[in-house]
Design a protein around this ligand. Structure first.
Ligand code: CP
Length: 305
């Protein structure tokens, strides 16, 4: 069973394979949508989301349907599954694995995907686990970087915002560390710095990284600016601010060839004035999410493993 649990599980060879499959599927969506829609008839994907989502859930459901799969789902697994009656995640996963060929799981616990994988005999795809990891987001982020910049190495990547709680930043940092010559500048307030485990991981891979709360110098030679929102839902009872906003004055500092990414949803950390700038690529990420997730489902479907 080929689970997708952490960005740490991938090699550069596997990433190249996923991105090649993504390009193939993207081309087929233009040229032969009908054959894609026949590809996985009879396969069922389950989306089990205990936390809210727009992009991840709907892109996976769209991806599954475009590949001919059926979908089973619950509107809000936290409230409308038997979780509300006290069922454990493990018992729910065992149950759903009897009905589906692949389970796409979002849950508030950092270790939820690993726990689910231990009891599931169908692939688990981690669609966001607490403040731990969001590996499929990192895959679509890297795919977007590859297409926009033409490479995934020798880049200066500025990652900013709520890095303490932002699982997408954590997963992306792990992928960036696989390629030579990349360096990361983490920009956050001192309270919202990236976890020590990620810094240790980067050091183990020899990836240069620095931390700062001074945005402007970091932007001056950035190739990629990846911003994240303040995760208010993980700051119970706090009025913490992230203190950063990307707008016209930040665009004026950034190189012309830089790109701006955000996993979305955003609040006010990227101003809407940025949206029409050619460097803004966050809605390309949304589109690429469909393609990458189609490739992942294509590769993870039970009849393929
Ligand atoms: N990027 C992301 O995970 O978005 P959603 O929460 O809308 O799925």
């Amino acid at each position: 069973v080929q689970h997708i649990l952490s960005a740490e599980q991938f090699t550069t060879e596997q990433l190249a394979e996923i991105f090649t499959r993504t390009d193939d599927i993207r081309a087929l969506l233009d040229s032969d949508r009908q054959s894609l829609a026949e590809r996985h008839k009879g396969i069922i994907a389950a989306t089990l989301f205990y936390e809210p989502s727009t992009r991840t859930r709907l892109s996976f459901e769209s991806a599954a349907q475009r590949l001919g799969m059926g979908i089973i789902s619950t509107e809000n697994a936290k409230e409308f599954s038997s979780n509300i009656k006290g069922e454990t995640l493990e018992d729910s996963i065992i149950t759903v694995s009897k009905y589906a060929d692949v389970i796409i799981l979002r849950h508030g616990d950092d270790d939820s995907a690993e726990r689910a994988a231990k009891v599931s005999d169908v692939p688990i795809i981690n669609a966001g686990a607490g403040k731990g990891e969001h590996p499929t987001q990192a895959l679509l982020d890297l795919y977007t970087i590859k297409h926009a910049k033409g490479r995934t190495d020798n880049l200066h990547i500025v990652i900013g915002g709520d890095l303490e709680h932002g699982r997408t930043a954590r997963s992306l940092a792990r992928l960036i560390a696989l390629y030579p010559g990349n360096r990361i500048t983490f920009v956050s307030t001192p309270e919202l710095q990236i976890g020590g485990d990620i810094k240790t991981y980067l050091e183990s891979k020899g990836t240069k990284h620095t931390e700062t709360s001074d945005l402007s110098p970091a932007l001056r030679d950035a190739d990629v600016v990846y911003w994240t929102r303040l995760q208010k839902e993980r700051h119970a009872g706090s009025d913490m601010q992230s203190n950063f906003s990307i707008g016209q004055s930040e665009l004026d500092i950034m190189p012309e060839g830089a790109i701006i990414l955000h996993p979305l949803p955003r609040n006010d950390e990227i101003q809407t004035v940025v949206d029409s700038n050619k460097r803004a690529k966050y809605f390309d990420q949304v589109q690429n999410g469909l393609y990458v997730r189609m490739a992942l489902l294509d590769m993870s479907a039970k009849d393929q493993v």
